[in-house]
Design a binder for this molecule. Structure first.
Ligand SMILES: Nc1ncnc2c1ncn2[C@@H]1O[C@H](COP(=O)(O)OP(=O)(O)O)[C@@H](O)[C@H]1O
Ligand SMILES: [Mg+2]
Length: 329
């Protein structure tokens, strides 16, 4: 299922092929129109931002603002001013008055990114504001009723943070009225080919390149890789591959070396490499090491030069080029 929200200016396609992603989107679709506060958790790059925006666009608040604040990167001294705004003279340096993010998000959605990054004092202030549903600008007198739906994002497990007492349980329950958890990409490999397609389309168009595609070997390398950075990392891997490839078909050597090295191949969990695959990769690594010097490579590999040439022919490793074989697998 590919959901496309074409009427907005933002690109809000969410690729969902795996059962996990379908279930997640089902749930998101049901909760989007409600006013419930949501907590979206998932590793970095799994699409938390994208889902938050999608929910906003599918809520009754879609014509209102979508405002995000990164709670993890702001020093505590600035956080309150950022969240609630301030009046002129509220503190040294407050030359003018400024509305905060809560005010900017009135009528819309306020996204608290990296919510686990809030310090305990900041959590206490936030909890009070949420409970009272009112806030006041720093140095201000007039209190404003909150009219923003809260979506919190976290790449750490907030349950653990609560257990370790670095996150207040009462605030956690306020924010986590409905939890949405995004599965790491490596645990929903069925999404990978569709994401690859979608990203390649986007990347090739953006760089004015003819539409590229992955060779079967390249896709299998990607499937065997853990993708700790999830969809974001996948996007960057593909962008790099498109930019360095001379061919329309992206071969394994356009992937970062840590995906295609003999070590990476052997550490794969799903599909172990064949001896021939391993041999091909290893020969390529040694040729790279010797800057293409075949006699030196043959010596390291413990085979004759003639034997090396034969293997290079078998595995399609190029003869020329001083340094790197260019299209080995
Ligand atoms: N299911 C998906 N379909 C399409 N694009 C996705 C999907 N998941 C993630 N992305 C893209 O991957 C990138 C990282 O997603 P993002 O929402 O910023 O992740 P997070 O906030 O969890 O770190 C973004 O460009 C996003 O659009
Ligand atoms: Mg993010």
């Amino acid at each position: 299922m590919t959901l496309v929200n074409a009427e907005t200016m933002h690109n809000l396609t969410i690729i969902a092929v795996s059962t996990d992603s379908h279930d997640l989107l089902d749930r998101a679709q049901r909760v989007a129109p409600t006013e419930a506060n949501l907590l979206i958790s998932g590793e970095t790059g799994t699409g938390k931002d994208l889902l938050a925006r999608w929910i906003h666009e599918h809520s009754a608040r879609k014509d209102g603002p979508y405002v995000k604040i990164d709670c993890g990167s702001l020093p505590e001294s600035l956080l309150e001013a950022e969240l609630f705004g301030y009046e002129r003279g509220a503190f040294t340096g407050a030359g003018t008055s400024k509305p905060g993010r809560f005010e900017a998000a009135q009528g819309g959605t306020l996204v608290l990114d990296e919510v686990a990054g809030l310090t305990l004092p900041a959590q206490a202030k936030l909890l009070r504001v949420i409970e009272e549903r009112r806030f006041t600008r720093l140095g201000g007198r007039q209190s404003v009723t909150i009219d923003a739906r809260l979506i919190s994002l976290s790449n750490v497990n907030l349950f653990d943070s609560v257990a370790h007492k670095t996150f207040r349980a009462d605030l956690f329950h306020r924010l986590n009225v409905i939890p949405l958890e995004i599965t790491p990409l490596r645990e929903r490999p069925n999404d990978i080919p569709a994401l690859v397609d979608y990203f390649l389309d986007n990347i090739c168009r953006r760089h004015g390149k003819e539409r590229c595609e992955l060779s079967p070997d390249t896709l299998s390398c990607l499937r065997g890789y853990d993708l700790p950075g999830n969809a974001r990392e996948l996007f960057h891997i593909l962008e790099r591959a498109v930019l360095i490839s001379r061919e329309k078909q992206l071969l394994p050597n356009t992937l970062p070396p840590h995906l295609t090295s003999s070590t990476a191949l052997m550490q794969r969990k799903d599909q172990k490499p064949t001896l021939a695959q391993l041999e091909a990769v290893y020969i390529r690594e040694i040729l790279t090491l010797t800057h293409g010097q075949k006699s030196r490579a043959a010596e390291i590999l413990g085979i004759s030069r003639k034997n090396l040439y034969e293997k290079m022919r078998t595995y399609g490793l190029p003869y020329n080029r001083k340094n790197q074989p260019e299209d080995g697998k």
